[in-house]
Design a protein around this ligand. Structure first.
Ligand code: 4NP
Length: 153
């Protein structure tokens, strides 16, 4: 899961996907991680507003720490989900093969295939922006968990 800072959207997406996979009985079968395309917040905990919103939805992301996306992530992970087109561009600039490009997509294409919708950046707004992020991310993560339940059966 990739956004700009790895403190608002992508840690929430990481936490929600972990939760949905756990509920699907896929604990320990899938490696989930998140990163930011920027170096702005490396080592920091998620934004307080993201932690609070996750908690409200029974997801604990308080122990996550921000890191920067690296080209090595293309080797480490089978699927890379990005929150918006600007960060998708940032990620794809680090790709060095068609395989890297093919495993990378906007997150919301998991819940709305082909829509190319963005998870909007909530950083400069209020709590309602975080709630909107949760619902968008939750739909996509539920779709991913449903798909992996079939694929990994
Ligand atoms: P995120 O949100 O990309 O969802 O983690 C942001 C976090 C920090 C900044 C922008 C967006 N920033 O400009 O520092």
């Amino acid at each position: 899961m990739v956004c700009l800072g790895n403190i608002c959207r992508s840690p929430l997406a990481e936490g929600v996907l972990r939760q949905r996979l756990s509920e699907a009985g896929l604990d320990g079968k899938v490696e989930v991680d998140s990163a930011g395309t920027s170096n702005y917040h490396i080592g920091e905990a998620p934004d307080k507003r993201s932690v609070a919103n996750a908690h409200k939805h029974s997801v604990d992301i308080s122990s996550l720490r921000a890191r920067q996306f690296t080209a090595g992530d293309f080797e480490q992970f089978d699927e890379i989900f990005v929150m918006d087109s600007e960060n998708l561009g940032n990620v794809l600039r680090l790709a060095t093969s068609d395989a890297h490009r093919q495993k990378t997509d906007l997150l919301l294409n998991q819940s709305s295939p082909g829509s190319n919708r963005a998870v909007p950046d909530p950083y400069f707004g209020g709590e309602e922006g975080f709630e909107k992020v949760f619902h968008l991310v939750n739909e996509a993560c539920t779709a991913i968990a449903d798909r992996l339940t079939t694929q990994l059966r």
